[in-house]
Ligand binder design. Structure first.
Ligand code: PLP
Length: 384
């Protein structure tokens, strides 16, 4: 067996693309000036910042002025949800609607509003595939809702939500619709008008860009109260000297992701087909997420009578980097809130595995994973 490691955790993060690093490099060094000054050095940094904003806007189909650069996907979701909630307070809107399968950045922002700002929070139910139940969702909308947050594509099970179908009801209710689109770049179209969203957040490290930088789209006219006070950067919507190198990297990475999207989706789909055919041969495997409307690079399964920790340790020992679900909670031994919300029994949810592929993976990597699983699953079962 090969000694080379195989990385199958692209939903957690992706390595920086060499072309992206090259684009960023001058802004760490000779061009690393503050973009807010009046001198030539600052103007050059500002030009790079605004060029990056135009490039991101072109991919999202929005105006450059509708973008706020942030420090992460989590920050974008927090600014969107808390900012929209604060902005709607005067209009007596004191309720927030989310789905129970959101990333903790969204669930945490909603919980903060409930605990410290007296908002009510409703969770729209999802079916066994993790798709939002549209009728139940629409029953939760009303004139007291400030903001609704529905993830575009789920980071654990890969289900893609029909955002444009859900958007009509939200718009009619007068609430703002945020989507956590962190898993979407390079996989799904990002045109904000076609999606019908008012707020959309992304993070560069999920699409071969740098860590610690993200972007939030804010539809013109949407009232979003800033959550970081200070200087007037980002038109006063997010104080703090901009991370010019990171933002340049985000724009370069988003361009690349968009240009390579079709090829990557086809590549990942072929790997996924091979992987799923092999996994289906293992006794007691349940495939998670929607079989059709799903991220091409995500295969999520629960394997009966084994524990995730044992699987991940043995896979890691065999040179395979795989995860159970969200990287942010992978240290926790609790079954995933996403799988539980989809109605999966806690015992089965405790044996989950998320395999997320990328352009560097080859079909031999799938074969190696299947071979190792074929050895360790019976061993773990015998030991349990
Ligand atoms: C769907 C989703 N939303 C939000 C985040 C948080 O992004 P960041 O790590 O940039 O804060 C992640 C990252 O794991 C994610 O997968």
């Amino acid at each position: 067996m090969s000694d080379e490691r195989v990385y199958l955790d692209h939903a957690a993060t992706t390595p920086l693309a060499p072309a992206v690093l090259e684009a960023m490099r001058p802004f760490f060094a000779e061009r690393g000036y503050n973009p807010s000054g009046l001198h030539a050095e600052s103007r050059a940094a500002r030009d790079a910042l605004e060029e990056a904003r135009r490039r991101v806007a072109a991919v999202l189909g929005c105006e450059p002025g509708e973008l706020v650069f942030t420090g992460s996907g989590s920050e974008g979701a927090n600014l969107a949800i808390k900012g929209a909630a604060d902005g709607a307070r005067r209009a007596a809107r004191n309720r927030v609607v989310v789905t129970p399968i959101e990333h903790h950045a969204v669930l945490g922002a909603a919980e903060y509003l409930r605990r410290y700002r007296d908002f009510k929070v409703d969770h729209a139910s999802v079916d066994a595939n993790g798709a939002v139940d549209r009728e139940a969702f629409e029953r939760l909308l009303g004139a007291d809702v400030a903001v609704v947050s529905v993830g575009y594509a789920n980071n654990e099970v890969g289900t893609v939500q029909p955002l444009s179908d859900l958007a009509d009801g939200v718009r009619a209710s007068g609430a703002l619709l945020h989507t956590d689109a962190v898993q979407a770049p390079g996989a799904l179209p990002l045109d904000v008008d076609a999606l019908g969203v008012d707020l959309l957040s992304i993070a560069a490290h999920k699409f071969y860009g740098p860590k610690g930088v993200g972007a939030l789209y804010v539809r013109r006219g949407a009232r979003v109260v800033p959550q970081v006070q200070g200087g007037t950067q980002e038109k006063g919507r997010r104080a703090g000297t901009e991370n010019v190198a990171g933002i340049v990297g985000l724009a370069a990475a988003l361009d690349l992701a968009e240009r390579n999207r079709d090829a990557n989706v086809a590549h990942n789909r072929a790997l996924g087909r091979r992987l799923r055919a092999g996994l289906a041969e293992i006794d007691g495997v349940r495939f998670n997420g929607d079989p059709e409307r799903r991220l091409a690079n995500n295969t999520s399964v629960c394997i009966a009578d084994v524990k995730t920790e044992g699987l991940l340790l043995q896979l890691d020992r065999a040179g395979l980097a795989v995860s159970s679900g969200s990287a942010c909670t992978s240290a926790s031994l609790e079954p995933s809130h996403v799988l539980l919300a989809m109605g999966i029994a806690p015992e089965l949810a405790g044996g989950s595995l998320r395999i997320t592929t990328g352009p560097d993976n080859r079909s031999e990597d799938m074969d190696r994973l299947l071979e190792v699983l074929g050895e360790i699953v019976p061993r773990l079962r015998a030991g349990s």
